[in-house]
Design a protein around this ligand. Structure first.
Ligand SMILES: Cc1ncc(C[n+]2csc(CCOP(=O)(O)OP(=O)(O)O)c2C)c(N)n1
Length: 570
């Protein structure tokens, strides 16, 4: 027998491989850690039409459209991406599918790289669609063909939930052949696909009936399994928590739920009938706990403090003892913008001018941290502009909204239109580093390239901003601090709505390294102004002078623009 082909894959890569093998034809997403690598992996398969969409709502609708028109399709995003896609999510559950439609949420317990730690298992319950929870990369791969069959048999989108540990952990995964799946084509059916109130009401009735049938399916699903051992101690668990439970309580009986919504009630009762003491182990929300409690089954659960943060194997004894979680102060290094990061120059100017700045999400959020401490708000993608509008309405002139280029295309455009329409005055800065840096330099419409590396029509941001009605649109280098100072000072106080695009490529895509800045000790007055720009290549020596780390300095010379005494020479 031929040895199976084995590859060392992360959960994201394994899931993508599973989707490819299951005949996936179309996939759409917007990047977001820890989900990004799903689409990046899918894009490498010539048979899969994969795209970065401009945001998650668009990705969801495009992928859903492809499913309704007959292609097996997939949408993936990080947990907060689903918030952007909520509108189509809720109604697509009524409509159902044509060819299978898989949704992947990669949640981030512990907020490794997110603005919140919402538990998207609850979305399955809210939208009334089935929820699959793999525990490992192999399981992530294996559950995809199952999910497609479920989707097509029950006429429903299916949600697969990963978390950071599963998405980014690697293990050996068995590779298989791609299944050939014939496109189904599209047959018009307004009663199913056109959600006007009369149709939607009937579809809601169908949805409720479907849930009952799905629950029966979950009862017998191979993804749910009882591992019977010591009957005095039983654990009900799902996702990565299963691995922690298995490792730390090797003799316990475990009910592992891989298909956890609709909740398999009979299976739970069956398990509960065989074990004496039941402990529920899960991450974030008490979803399993509430379902078990609803069934009136006697059980123990984590202390509520464990609803915050990521679980770790070493937490198991405290979880078992019902102890309160001890929150440790993180010892990790604070994140910092890279040396030569174009955002730094712009922030150094905003700091100098003491302007009130509403911020957004991206590498540039780091401008909120000392020594720059420029950004005053960060809520969600797009809010850099809309919060700016609110701030301007409350405070008048002198407010600046900042937003990255990818974020502007994602959800900043509507905010700009709103600001123009509602007669807002002030300055919006688009920090255009010509990439989506935060999530690993993905292209977007304003970079003129697709996920497959194919040239695309480039969105011209300055033309777009003018078309939206901005009074002034300027484009400048992010390293030209004197020029920026002049224009920002002017525009922020004018009776106009202006957009300034600071265009300088991210150092991760523009690897050009100029000769490092030179320190001339004779000129240095030890004022420390250069340190205010917060570049990791600069530090203060014990004698009070400046040390330049020549390995880090890439020669952006923003620091030298702040030295009036010529101590930092380009
Ligand atoms: C709704 C949502 N989708 C995705 C993300 C992940 N994410 C955060 S910022 C960002 C884009 C950053 O790119 P850009 O605006 O160009 O700024 P840069 O990081 O390049 O400075 C992404 C994809 C998120 N936090 N929220």
């Amino acid at each position: 027998m031929k040895n199976p082909d084995i590859k060392f894959l992360s959960g994201d890569e394994a899931l993508a491989q599973g989707a490819y093998e299951a005949g996936l034809a179309f996939a759409a997403a917007y990047p977001g850690t820890p989900s990004t690598e799903i689409l990046e992996t899918l894009a490498k398969f010539p048979e899969v039409n994969a795209q970065w969409s401009v945001n998650e709502k668009v990705a969801y609708e495009v992928a859903f459209g492809a499913s309704i028109a007959g292609l097996r399709s997939l949408y993936a995003s990080k947990h907060v991406g689903f918030n952007v896609a909520m509108d189509p999510l809720m109604t697509s559950a009524y409509i159902g599918v044509n060819a299978g439609f898989i949704l992947v949420t990669a949640d981030d317990p512990g907020l490794h790289s997110s603005q919140n730690e919402q538990d998207n298992r609850l979305l399955a319950k809210f939208a009334k669609i089935p929820l699959l929870e793999p525990s490992s990369p192999s399981e992530a791969k294996a559950c995809v063909p199952y999910a497609f069959t479920l989707s097509e048999t029950f006429d429903t989108p299916v949600l697969i939930r990963l978390t950071t540990r599963i998405a980014h952990t690697k293990e050996n995964v068995e590779i298989g052949e791609r299944q050939h799946v014939q496109p189904r084509g599209f047959t018009p059916n307004p009663a199913k696909y056109v959600m006007v109130p009369g149709h939607a009401f009937r579809r809601h009735i169908e949805l409720e009936k479907r849930l009952v049938r799905l629950q029966e399916e979950a009862e017998a699903s191979p993804l749910n399994r009882m591992e019977m051992n010591d009957l005095s101690f039983g654990i009900i668990t799902s996702g990565v928590s299963y691995l922690y439970a298995r490792e730390m309580f090797p003799t316990a009986s475990i009910l592992k739920l891989g298909f956890s919504y609709p909740f398999p009630e009979k299976l739970i009762r069956n398990f509960a009938g065989q074990v004496k003491d039941i402990l529920i182990i899960e991450e974030l929300e008490p979803m399993l706990e509430e379902e078990v409690a609803r069934l009136g089954i006697k059980h123990r659960a984590r202390h509520p403090s464990f609803r915050i943060g990521e679980l770790r194997p070493e937490d198991m004894p405290a979880v078992n003892a019902g102890q309160e979680r001890v929150f440790e102060t993180p010892t990790t290094r604070k994140p910092v913008m890279c040396p030569g990061c174009p955002h730094r120059g712009v922030y150094s100017v905003l700091k100098k001018l003491k302007l009130t700045v509403t911020g957004d999400i991206g590498c540039y959020t780091l401008g909120a941290l000392p020594p720059l401490s420029v950004i005053q708000t960060c809520v969600c993608m797009g809010a850099g502009i809309t919060m700016f509008e609110g701030f301007s309405k409350a405070l008048g002139k002198g407010v600046v909204g900042v937003i990255g280029d990818s974020t502007f295309v994602h959800s900043g455009i509507t905010g700009l239109v709103s600001a123009v329409y509602n007669n807002t005055k002030g300055l919006i800065i688009i920090l255009d580093n010509e990439t989506t840096a935060m999530t690993g330099t993905q292209p977007h419409p304003a970079t003129g390239e697709t996920i497959k590396g194919v040239p695309a029509k480039r969105l011209i941001l300055e033309d777009l901003c003018r078309a939206c009605g901005a009074d002034h649109v300027d484009v400048m280098s992010a390293y030209d601090t004197p020029g920026l100072e002049k224009i920002i000072k002017e525009r922020a106080q004018e009776d106009a709505l202006s957009v300034l695009i600071t265009r300088t490529p991210c150092k991760l895509i523009d690897r050009v390294k100029k000769s490092p800045v030179r320190f001339i000790a004779e000129g240095c007055r030890q004022c420390g102004l250069c340190l205010n720009v917060g570049c990791p290549a600069l530090s203060k020596t014990e004698s009070g002078f400046i040390h330049i780390d020549k390995n880090l300095c890439v020669g952006c010379y923003v620091c030298s623009s702040y030295c009036k005494f010529g101590a930092l020479k380009p």
